[in-house]
Design a binder for this molecule. Structure first.
Ligand code: XUL
Ligand code: CO
Length: 479
């Protein structure tokens, strides 16, 4: 019996392995679109026929292609909703996501794709991006260099490809009145980056990464981008036994210093953002979470030159809530942008789902409001459709539910702030510090002898309730 079981398991493994090999084959032109295939940037008519411009219809609407809570022009706490959020579409998930995973092949075959990674296909895709932004009613988009243009055999070839697509993007931005929220360099896909980019053990790779970031900063600046992101895709380690962590971190700091210098040299006034993530693809990424990254920035004297891009699914991977990492960033003066997504409580990896939890959205917005908003940052939907969601309209539905969820979060957070009882509960909790001695403590003027004297005078302190359930009751009343 045991033997037969083992053989069955082996056969199963072989099956999965052969499937993985098949799925690694390049994508081909889907048969039903054969007429559209070929190396051309041309495309007749709309990319999203049948999808209207998405409008606000209010909470009673049953139209899945309408906003129920996000009303761009409506003012909440003195600011238009669109200005609280500055919603951005992530080019990589929306236009380069294939639905492939380590066990299975591509599931998404968008009609405008010809199955190639050609320059002409990149241009056609860019035009689809602007129609998508227009129909969704978002002003912003984000990109990696290699999402929007094909790589090249040499740096020169890759840069020339990028320049061609960026020239088209610039023209389309002007025609459609759209803007780049942030740009970044993809320093993790190419095999040269297998040991890292700025933290690679190879000097040539460090130099290549610098050249790639230099170009990505230039094109972000050229496109009027308001921020530039560093996500250390492979800046971490798989084993400490073969890693000089101190040297790698020193290299990373030097790399970021050089980026700050180059930003000044080209007159780029956007914010530089670091995006923490604890693991995946490496087992331990150096920018683990907001606190670790803040400590790194302080150690190397970079704290004034960077802010953080907090991604909710990254925060939960590091064992925090999104709210925790937002608050950590905020109280350190580092909250710059949010990569709005969420994970799955049963899954231990970066599932990059659209956030649909209204409670979580409300907590996020409490932080954002306390921060006075995020500008020049915003909310970038670093989120993808599930592998099984394969209709073009799913791209819209996903963004609509993501935007509506955040809008509900904003409305609820505003209710809580206007009501004031949650803030009052917190104020009361610390009121023992509002007197003379508390002021002395908070000003750093109460030494141990003074405090000991007070204990002798006051005796055993009366310790009140924390009122957590009441806080939860108040919070829930706003949802
Ligand atoms: C990866 C991730 C990236 C960054 C940009 O987890 O979040 O898409 O946002 O490189
Ligand atoms: Co991200």
């Amino acid at each position: 019996m045991m033997k037969a079981g083992k053989i069955l398991l082996l056969l199963l493994c072989l099956h999965v392995f052969s499937y993985a090999v098949i799925s690694a084959q390049p994508q081909t032109c889907p048969a039903e679109n054969a007429g559209e295939c070929g190396d051309s940037d041309g495309w007749e008519g709309e990319f999203f026929p049948g999808i209207p411009t998405i409008k606000y219809e209010g909470p009673s609407s049953k139209n899945h292609l309408a906003f129920k809570y996000y009303n761009a022009e409506e003012e909440i706490l003195g600011k238009k909703m669109k200005d609280w959020f500055r919603f951005s579409v992530a080019f990589w998930h929306t236009f380069r996501g294939t639905g492939g995973d380590p066990f299975g092949a591509q599931t998404k075959f968008w009609p405008w794709e010809d199955g190639t990674n050609s320059l002409n296909m990149a241009k056609r895709r860019m035009r689809a991006n602007f129609e998508f932004l227009n129909k969704l009613g978002t002003d912003w988009w984000c990109f990696h260099d290699r999402d929007i243009a094909p790589d090249g055999k040499t740096l020169e070839e890759a840069n020339a490809n990028l320049d061609e697509v960026v020239a088209l993007a610039s023209k389309l931005q002007k025609e459609n009145n759209k803007k780049v929220l942030w740009g970044t360099a993809q320093l993790f896909m190419h095999p040269r980056y297998m040991h890292g980019a700025a933290t690679s053990s190879e000097l040539g790779v460090y130099a290549y990464a610098a050249a790639q970031v230099k170009k990505a900063m230039e094109v972000t600046h050229y496109l009027g981008g308001e921020n530039y992101v560093f996500w250390g895709g492979r800046e971490g380690y798989q084993s400490l036994l073969n890693t000089d962590m101190e040297r790698e971190l020193n290299h990373l700091a030097r790399f970021l210093e050089a980026a700050v210098a180059y930003k000044k040299k080209i007159g780029f006034n956007g914010t530089l953002l670091i995006e923490p993530k604890p693991q995946e693809p490496t087992k331990h990424q150096y920018d683990w979470d907001a606190a670790t990254t803040a400590n790194f920035l302080r150690k190397y004297g970079l704290i004034g030159d960077f802010k953080l891009n907090i991604e909710c699914n990254h925060a939960t991977l590091s064992g925090h809530s999104c709210h925790h990492d937002l608050e950590t960033a905020r109280i350190n003066g580092l909250l710059g942008n949010i990569d709005a997504n969420t994970g799955d409580p049963q899954v231990g990896w970066d599932t990059d789902q659209f956030l649909t939890d209204i409670g979580e959205a409300t907590m996020i917005m409490l932080s954002v409001i306390k921060n006075g908003g995020l500008a020049p940052g915003g909310f970038n939907f670093d989120a993808k459709l599930r592998r099984e969601s394969t209709d073009v309209e799913d791209l819209f539905i996903a963004h609509i539910i993501g935007m509506d969820t955040m809008a509900r979060g904003l409305r609820n957070a505003a209710k809580l702030i206007e009501d004031g009882s949650l803030a009052e509960l917190v104020r009361k909790r610390y009121q023992s510090f509002d007197g003379e001695l508390g002021a002395q403590v908070e000003a750093g003027k109460a030494d141990f002898e003074t405090l000991e004297k007070k204990v002798r005078e006051m005796g055993e302190p009366k310790v009140p309730s924390a009122k957590q359930e009441l806080a939860e009751m108040i919070f829930q009343s706003a949802l």
